[in-house]
Design a protein around this ligand. Sequence first.
Ligand code: IMP
Length: 475
Amino acid sequence: MPSRALYAGWRSAGVGMTRTEGRCGADPAGVRTGYSARAESARWEATAISVTILIGGQWGDEGKGKVIDLLAGSVDMVVRSQGGDNAGHTVVVDGQTFKFRLIPSGMLSPTTTCVIGHGMVVNPKAFLAELDELHAHGVSTDNLVISDRAHMVMPYHPVFDQLGEQQRGDDRLGTTHRGIGPAYEDKVRRVGFRIGDLTKPVFLEKKLRFVLRLKNESLTRLYGHEPFDERAILDEYLGYAERLAPHIRDIYPIIQGALREDRRILCEGAQGAMLDLDLGTYPYVTSSAPTAGGALTGSGIPPSKVTRTIGVFKAYTTRVGYGPFPTELEDNLGELIREVGAEFGTVTGRARRVGWFDAAVARYSVCTNGIDSMVITKVDVLDQIESLRIATGYVSKGEHWDHPMSNISHLKHAEPVYEEMPGWMSSTRDCRRFEDLPRACQAYVERLGELAEAPVDVVSVGPDREHTLVRRPML
Ligand code: IMP
């Protein structure tokens, strides 16, 4: 089990320190003006951190798990607010790999309370399997709570997910088949089951009778699928209830108590801003809000309490599943980046699609989420590429766009406008400070921040904690 000392290193690495030098001086074409490095630094110094939101700024898999793990020792609470076991956060500690799906990645910090917020959809079976896995590694889960308001993924949800995808044929979304969309659909239709229902067997039985009739009707009539058996579901879920019970809570007093006591809270985002149901590339999105707004509604934290929003971005772009991806590389270079970056899904093992960094996407994420601190991960994956491209915007139907347009068929065919930068052609793995990075690498990273309009505070050059170069502490 990781010791407290692992986190102490991060604390002394600079929590509370400040950085005053200017940044983001350039004003690239099409980029919002008025960004003042001095004003930003002053604001930074004046802010006492209480609530930090951390989200993925692209299409997910940006390396959030690693960053959350680094920060978890410096916060009192980590809260997940959306998604379910469609997420896969990998954390490597002392060469040991931990894979989180539902449980906040902060669980490795023994002093941190981890909360599964009510915006999540929880598959109890997957949750218990993850719990067992953590216990097998000697990780304590005593500080883990699940909101009684969180919805449950029921056994029929993954089935509907798969059947729905099959029915779409060529227009399928490429979901993770975890039943996430159908579970959120039921929540919105107000026929969902909440974790708290597990503590009310009579209510659960009565409601299941009603809901299962609807489900079985669709399954048999629409899809010709076998119906689900009510007794079997009840037995299975009531069986889970006993093991889940110690973790089930009304999280309102827990979150509000922490806020009142000025505790440090980290909101852990899953997926990425471009998979947001509203802001993302609809319909090629997930069914929740992996944005700063979603972090709040899914936890009950008010916006006025947010002091920092961190966006995690890969030094290039990846996405799994279908949907527009203007900077996609479908050639040997894309293959190389996929291999070097081990771009295969944590949950499904699918090969991720790979492309150049899209600054139009990054800026859109920064602006719509209020990201004021960027983390750039997997910079080392680009170590052996001679020349790098960054998309600053697109041309579609003869018009210039500085952000992803809502018409996804236009976005799919949009021509990226690229800037070219020289690569550094040397290993960055042993660099421990930003200043140790090759000049061309520093310039590339700085340019990403300039174009996205947010300061790059952390750069990651490998999977381990020691591969994290902190320019300005995030908390
Ligand atoms: P769903 O979330 O399983 O419904 O899948 C919808 C879309 O979101 C698909 O394109 C998935 O590949 C994508 N997606 C869901 N979770 C993740 C994630 O954690 N990382 C990256 N993509 C994801």
